[in-house]
Design a protein around this ligand. Structure first.
Ligand code: ADP
Ligand code: MG
Length: 253
């Protein structure tokens, strides 16, 4: 059973087609890494999957067409960590995490024990429990990223969509966030799609890598196959393989 199926997905901004007839599917347990040059259409593709920009084609989550799914039901099944987010800066960390439970309730109904437990567990899993009373304006970028991840964990969707979840984090936080996502994925029925600039991370953590270029899928395969030296050279216009070897060789001394 596929968690997500995408058929002939296209997005245009005015005259410009930014995603050009993409078709792919993601199974339970998969972490699909979407990579490719700046402007390739990666964020736009995630936005379309989130139903945040108009598109043509069909996207199905657990076999159900997302375009006709009620927003609340959709919010229960998929969660997004955006590339840029506007946090309400008066919120505390705990309030941010509690927002992840809102789709489970009518506007006025109170939280029950299951909600409280989910919030506490998410805070603890992401190491933000000690920070729960802090306003998000007074924590670091890495801590904020973990708070938003905690919100997604509390929400407990089937599919996580992450737009460069670790790109602004220092290495310790990067490792922590990637490991948290890896751990989250272990439960049956879950899948992750993330945009990932760092090709080494894409290869290390992805079960699959999609190379997007000018809105077209150039490769969608096992990481080592999708990130072949020939394709990388063509898409990035430079010898990426040599550059990566050069960058990492010094650490072997
Ligand atoms: P990526 O995430 O791969 O860097 P994006 O999906 O953000 O690429 O952008 C793909 C292309 O679409 C770029 O040329 C970008 O300038 C353009 N674009 C992105 N968002 C918009 C928008 N809201 N309106 C018009 N053009 C946009
Ligand atoms: Mg982007």
């Amino acid at each position: 059973m596929y968690v997500l199926e995408v058929e002939n997905l296209s997005v245009r901004y005015g005259e410009t087609q930014v995603v050009c007839g993409a078709s792919f599917a993601v199974q339970s347990g998969e972490w699909l890494m979407i990579t490719g040059p700046n402007g390739a259409g990666k964020s736009t593709m995630l936005s379309a999957l989130m139903q945040a920009v108009p598109y043509t084609g069909e996207v199905r989550l657990d076999g159900e067409n997302l375009q006709t799914m009620k927003p609340r039901r959709r919010a229960l099944k998929m969660g997004l960590l955006a590339q840029r987010y506007a946090a309400g800066y008066a919120f505390t960390v705990e309030e941010i995490v509690r927002l992840g439970r809102y789709a489970y309730h009518d506007a006025l109904s109170g939280f029950d024990e299951a909600d409280e437990a989910a919030v506490t567990q998410a805070l603890k899993e992401t190491g933000t429990y000690e920070l729960r009373r802090h306003p998000v304006s007074q924590i670091s970028g890495g801590e904020l990223q973990r708070a938003f991840l905690a919100q997604l964990f509390a929400q407990n969707p089937k599919l996580l969509l992450l737009d460069e979840p670790s790109s602004h984090l220092d290495l310790a936080y990067q490792k922590q966030v990637l490991s948290l996502i890896s751990g989250w994925l272990k439960q049956d029925g879950r899948a992750v799609i993330s945009v990932m600039h760092d090709l080494a991370v894409a290869r290390r953590f992805g079960t699959r890598v999609m190379m997007l270029n000018h809105g077209h899928i150039e490769a969608d395969n096992a990481p080592e196959k999708a990130l072949s030296p020939a394709l990388l050279s063509r898409v990035y216009g430079m010898d990426v393989d040599a550059w990566m070897q050069d960058l990492y060789a010094i650490w072997n001394d």
